[in-house]
Design a protein around this ligand. Structure first.
Ligand SMILES: Cc1cc2nc3c(=O)[nH]c(=O)nc-3n(C[C@H](O)[C@H](O)[C@H](O)COP(=O)(O)O)c2cc1C
Length: 197
């Protein structure tokens, strides 16, 4: 089963990186075949609203998103990970999400309204690090990410939220790293079981 981790923090080696590494370790332990996207290393723009995908569902902007699209469509489980920045995902992550507009178009073109009630593409999850916990911290991101996975024809199956502020400080909480590991493991195990594997 193809599993994709999207690293959405601009801070290399920060809490999001460390947490998603553990999530993916867990996913691999359950049989996931991993690939990774580091958004901070990509050269790409947000959606420029050119309308180039309107008729085809294919983005015409030639940048690093083209390779990312291939990974997005071939993955059965996706973990989108980001720090909370001003009650939302990082701007890098949001630019990446906005480029899913082409996939949203593609879904609208290729599926009828009743077919769109079912999401056949697999399962999407959100992983976030924030300095503080509380319901408001993650609400906006969850709404956005749910819609992102919808565009990918995937169901949004849940989130894991972690409290950490300084770079790498999540390493002081081994139990939280274990929670991240279990989160990744159970996500892959759940879809494998659902698909009769
Ligand atoms: C620009 C910016 C905005 C932030 N906004 C929030 C916020 O709204 N809520 C919060 O709890 N933490 C906020 N933080 C703290 C980060 O979410 C936190 O430090 C997180 O662990 C960073 O993850 P990283 O190491 O993966 O980049 C913000 C940090 C930055 C740099």
């Amino acid at each position: 089963m193809n599993v994709l981790g999207i690293y959405g923090s601009p801070r290399k080696g920060g809490n999001t990186d460390l947490l998603l590494d553990r999530v993916l370790d867990g996913a691999a332990s359950a049989g996931g075949e991993l690939s990774r996207i580091y958004v901070r290393d990509m050269v790409f723009s947000g959606c420029v609203e050119c309308g180039g995908c309107d008729e085809t569902g294919v983005c015409i902007v030639r940048d690093d998103m083209q390779e990312a699209y291939l990974k997005l469509v071939e993955s059965r489980v996706i973990f989108l990970a980001s720090p909370v920045f001003f009650l939302g995902p990082s701007s890098q992550t949001k630019a990446f999400i906005d480029r899913a507009q082409a996939l949203w178009r593609r879904r609208m073109i290729t599926k009828t309204a009743s077919e769109r009630k079912r999401r056949a593409g697999g399962a999407g999850y959100l992983v976030m690090a924030a300095a503080t916990l509380g319901p408001e911290q993650f609400r906006g991101s969850e709404l956005t990410v749910k819609y992102f996975f919808d565009a990918l024809d995937m169901s949004y199956n849940g989130a894991a939220f972690f409290k950490a502020e300084q770079k790498g400080s999540i390493l002081e909480s081994p139990e939280e790293l274990d929670r991240a590991y279990e989160f990744g493991k159970s996500a892959v195990a759940a879809l494998t079981a659902e698909e009769g594997g």
